[in-house]
Design a protein around this ligand. Sequence first.
Ligand SMILES: Cc1cc2nc3c(=O)[nH]c(=O)nc-3n(C[C@H](O)[C@H](O)[C@H](O)COP(=O)(O)OP(=O)(O)OC[C@H]3O[C@@H](n4cnc5c(N)ncnc54)[C@H](O)[C@@H]3O)c2cc1C
Length: 363
Amino acid sequence: MALKTDFCILGGGIAGLSLADALHEHDIESIVIEQNEIGSGASGTPGGLVNPATGRRAKKTWKAEHCYEAIASNLEKIQAFSDQPFYHNNGLLRPALLEKMAHKMKEQYEETTWPDGWCQWKTKNEIQEIHPGINCVNGGLWLPIGITVDVGAYMQAYGHFLEDLGINIFCGERPYPISGDDCWIIELEEITVKADHLVFATGHTIATSPFWDWLPVNLIKGQVAKFQKESSPLSFSHSISSLGYIARSDDENTFIQGSTYEHDFTDVQPDDQGEAYLRKRMKRTLPQLEEESTIIDQWAGVRTSTPNYKPILGKHPAYNNLHLFSGLGSKGLLFGKFLAEHYADHLINGTSLYPEIDINRFA
Ligand SMILES: Cc1cc2nc3c(=O)[nH]c(=O)nc-3n(C[C@H](O)[C@H](O)[C@H](O)COP(=O)(O)OP(=O)(O)OC[C@H]3O[C@@H](n4cnc5c(N)ncnc54)[C@H](O)[C@@H]3O)c2cc1C
């Protein structure tokens, strides 16, 4: 059987699913092919944050207002396709753990114009009132707009949403696309897909793809673990970002501690060193919680980042109608939906790409 489509998107993570959705909004047909399962790459993390104040200085992220609006409304839209809540508007606490860090965060906060209600500077006492027992030196930030997402569950629901729109998603086959005379041909076990355009939204595997291995990407392995507090329910409902992050889950006793930053790694499996590192980070922020918690699950994924920490979008310089959407780094939730819409708009209406994310910056 042969299927013809406008776009064939490889990869069923945040990038691939958001792009299929954005193209559909322009009445453009697509098919998604995922080599494993939906959300089996970096986008499977069980606890991720929508955090517009990142890095040590808690700097407002690139296009934060647009990105936030795009993900917040998308989460609401996709929630209808899941039986369980997969996100919470529960706010985010960013305590400074060192004097120097507090100084830089405060300086950055004072230089930044934050939208109303997004971000507040809190003294050490105020931080400890919000979260008794938390380590804090000289203050920090409270972001009432922080969102905590079970990204894997979001992806599952996103898949259902797209299928409901009539978009075909094929999982479990690693496709080998061939460039035909006027289209891309992708042979799967039982069908052949012929697509006018081919998009790689394949996360970190671009580093070994013959089409994309010339791009300067950095791969960072990250591990997260789900912990359970033994004695009593957790006394807080917000999430925390200080050394790594603590993402609240739905359950009153469990939370996700993330994440490691491993630049040299040989496999993508979770391991004991990962757990030890995560515990060390938790202990620096909430020593008592670390003592009272046991690990119940662990997960690892690979973030794909670029030298300017911005995603990569655009057409291959040599092949016709071959596209890339990758490099979402540690801000996949913030960047994914907004940039999928930006790229669809570029493809369909010919609007310019932001130069900071355009693949041409590496050409
Ligand atoms: C530990 C960790 C914690 C994180 N925390 C956060 C957070 O708090 N907030 C946040 O916003 N972001 C966070 N991120 C980053 C976020 O998860 C990523 O930016 C995002 O998931 C990347 O999405 P993607 O679609 O580009 O890649 P992926 O999710 O990796 O998806 C790529 C998909 O393509 C498939 N694939 C690969 N090759 C092929 C092929 N040849 N053909 C078909 N399919 C293929 C893979 O199986 C995979 O499913 C975190 C990442 C990690 C690892």
